[in-house]
Design a protein around this ligand. Structure first.
Ligand SMILES: [Ca+2]
Ligand SMILES: [Ca+2]
Ligand SMILES: [Ca+2]
Length: 698
């Protein structure tokens, strides 16, 4: 009954119009497909074939603003398009979408995006339904965009069922025919072959089969899909990392639930394998907000191509000047880094300050656009010799294992990806203080470092910095243990200096323990302690239903929640739930403004309890109760009326219309709710045979 009004966010800002052709990078010993900025291709999908994803969706051409936002707000650089469908159900000759595709080619170019064009299957995946149709498709489209450097061609979606084990020479021959047809008509366009439904098994046979029959992997590669276990996919990817005679890889489809669930985006990043999220690029901004929250939850990190973008890292890379000498503070270890000569030069976060001496100072040397070498004050290079091995220093002449990708985080911190450490992000093990390249699905604090430029500098603090870099979006769920960064007195107050539970954020004072429901919860919460959460209310201002997940064997616990210092809830009493891990939801309707704000959870005097999470949902504030004629709902003389049960503070409008088929809504009343029930009467006399009512927010 309550309608939520959609708000459109239009983004402006500098974009990279007109991208150059992608190219191969062989510097890591295998072929990596990179953009003209040496980044990986990363994008979302758009389906015009009527069959993907997840059933039939109407074709739509994204607006210029929506495409710009992909680059400037979502850190992406590619759109992956199922342009038309090769299927028994498609009776159209190839070319039916040409005019719309022309527009999309133009708009993606203006937005500074790449566009990958492929043939969809209208859901009939795992086969080439018609080779003549597919070849005709490329006869139409291959020459049409051959001179557009930002356009790539992917020969055919999922041409063979299941994994590489199902491929026969006849299937590879079809790839060869598609390749030769496209190549003859578009000599310079990058071509993706394969598009394996599940990337498991041995891809080297097909790679060699095609290479020996004329496919040049210098301007072509394999596309693959992620419908396999992570270990199978990594095994297949690793086979093609053996040497540079094998094709570069691009994942063009996988289930978005695997972003956080199996860490697929992070896994592809660690292999320098670009990815196209099978996240529908629809008309709705909410799809992309959803994409962003999944990536944030997975801890996936990359540098956006657009300097205007601030997520998931800053687009302006901001490398320190070549040769800068700095101290490096670790957020996860809450200490500065130093070289430990007694353990073969291992790097440890164990220094309380930056002295500027040889063993705690490091120079940052440029090795590429986002690539650095880090040299300790005694002249040795920091290296990662393998995944999970402690980082150490070496006198060897520097090579790839002494190089790191540099990420400038949104708040001035930085993070590092170790080329020598399996491509993983560098984290600090909080219990040993040792640095390792083992973090893909980690939280920001463990991978964040800050450069200190002057000896004697104190540990740098952060204020009001959301745990996952960007404010958590509400409506949504807020894990209690994901309180802001910044430490004691800034992001929280805890009475004991250490994390008594010893889990999750061991460098912080807040007490965190493992939760029987999965993840972690706050425990040992004492009266007067508080934690803060920087959030962004992306829904409309107004009433939200706050649920707090609490557990305690005690009676008499209490807390409140504030926003920017304003008490939202009053004192909320926590009932005895039956145990420290017997969880229940405590609910309260609260009024939130729109936009970024700092929520504070404050433990009040009373008994102890545990806290797992908060959630905020819309629609909790207004509900109708149909109470029957004579008791609030129905005809009253010449009037019609009903009652609404509401809570404090919400404004809503009652409207009426005579015909839902042609709805023209006219106002009946506008009301601000106070606690309790409200009765509305529609006093308009009409000759209508029916009259419909709705409530909406203004
Ligand atoms: Ca504590
Ligand atoms: Ca505590
Ligand atoms: Ca939790």
């Amino acid at each position: 009954m309550v309608l939520h009004l959609l708000s459109l966010v239009v983004s402006a800002g500098p974009v990279l119009a007109g991208r150059g052709r992608p190219h191969l990078d062989a510097s890591l010993g295998f072929n990596v497909l990179r953009t003209d900025q040496d980044t990986l291709l990363r994008g979302v999908s758009l389906s015009w074939d009527g069959g993907d994803p997840y059933g039939s969706l109407a074709k739509q051409v994204p607006s210029q603003a929506a495409l710009n936002a992909l680059a400037t707000e979502y850190g992406l650089n590619t759109v992956h398009l199922y342009l038309e469908g090769d299927s028994s159900g498609n009776t159209n000759a190839p070319g039916i979408n040409a005019a719309d595709c022309d527009l999309l080619v133009q708009r993606t170019e203006e937005a500074g995006l790449y566009l990958i064009i492929t043939i969809g299957c209208n859901g009939e995946n795992g086969t080439i339904h018609s080779m003549p149709w597919s070849l005709d498709f490329w006869r139409v489209y291959a020459p049409r965009y051959k001179d557009r450097p930002h356009v790539l061609y992917e020969a055919h979606n999922e041409p063979v069922r299941f994994t590489l084990d199902s491929w026969r020479n006849s299937d590879w021959d079809k790839q060869l025919l598609l390749y030769n047809t496209i190549r003859s008509l578009a000599p310079d366009t990058f071509i993706l072959l394969g598009s394996f439904m599940g990337f498991a098994g041995d891809p080297t046979y097909g790679a060699n089969y095609l290479r020996t029959r004329g496919v040049s992997w210098l301007n072509a590669g394999f596309a693959h899909h992620g419908y396999e276990s992570r270990s199978s996919i990594e095994s297949a990817i690793t086979r093609l990392k053996a040497n540079t005679s094998f094709p570069a890889l691009l994942c063009t489809e996988f289930w978005p639930g695997d972003t956080a669930g199996q860490g697929y985006n992070s896994m592809y990043e660690s292999h320098f394998n670009g990815w196209m999220q099978f996240q529908w690029l629809g008309a709705r901004t909410s799809d992309l907000v959803d994409f962003r929250s999944k990536i944030t939850a997975a801890g996936t990190l990359w540098t956006p191509d657009s300097v205007a973008c601030n997520w998931p890292a800053r687009g302006a890379v901001g490398l320190p000047a070549n040769g800068s000498r700095v101290g490096i503070f670790s957020r996860g270890g809450a200490k500065f880094l130093g070289v430990d000569p007694t353990t073969g030069g291992r790097i440890k976060a164990d220094r309380v300050g930056y002295s500027g001496a040889q063993l705690d100072s490091f120079s940052i040397e440029h090795a590429g656009p986002r690539r650095v070498r880090i040299r300790s004050g005694d002249g040795r290079f920091v290296r990662a010799s393998g995944p999970a091995d402690p980082l150490s220093t070496s006198v060897l002449p520097p090579g790839v294992v002494e190089e790191f990708e540099w990420f400038s985080l949104h708040d001035g911190d930085f993070a590092l990806r170790a080329y020598g450490g399996g491509g993983h992000l560098v984290s600090v093990n909080p219990s040993t203080g040792l640095l390792r390249a083992d973090a893909d699905n980690s939280h920001v604090a463990a991978i964040a470092f800050r450069a200190a430029t002057s000896a004697g500098e104190a540990a740098p603090t952060l204020s009001g910095i959301p745990f996952r870099t960007v404010p958590a979006a509400l409506p949504g769920t807020l894990q209690a243990e994901d309180f802001d960064r910044g430490g004691e007195g800034v992001a929280y107050h805890d009475n004991t200096g250490a994390n008594t539970g010893g889990r999750y954020r061991t460098g912080e004072g807040v007490d965190i323990e493992s939760c029987a429901e999965g993840g972690f919860n706050l425990g040992f919460i004492e009266a007067g302690e508080w934690t803060e959460y920087t959030v962004e209310v992306t829904g409309p201002a107004g009433e939200y239903l706050l649920s707090a997940r609490v557990a305690t064997p005690n009676t008499g616990g209490a807390f409140r929640v504030e926003s920017n210092g304003v008490n939202l809830t009053g004192r909320l009493s926590v009932p005895n739930t039956g145990g420290w891990q017997s969880w229940v939801n405590l609910t309260k309707t609260v009024v939130l403004g729109r936009g970024v704000q700092v929520l504070r959870f404050v433990r009040e005097a009373g008994a102890d309890f545990n806290l797992n999470w908060f959630s905020f949902s819309q629609g909790g504030g207004v509900e109708t109760q149909l109470l029957g004629v004579g008791n609030g709902f129905g005809v009253f003389g010449s009037a019609f009326g009903f009652e609404v049960v509401g809570r404090n503070g919400g404004t809503f409008i009652v409207e009426a219309c005579p015909d839902l088929a042609v709805p023209v809504w006219s106002p009946v009343s506008t009301n601000t709710l106070v606690a309790g029930r409200h009765e509305f009467r529609d006093l308009i006399a009409t000759n209508e045979t029916a009259r419909f009512y709705r409530l909406r927010r203004p």
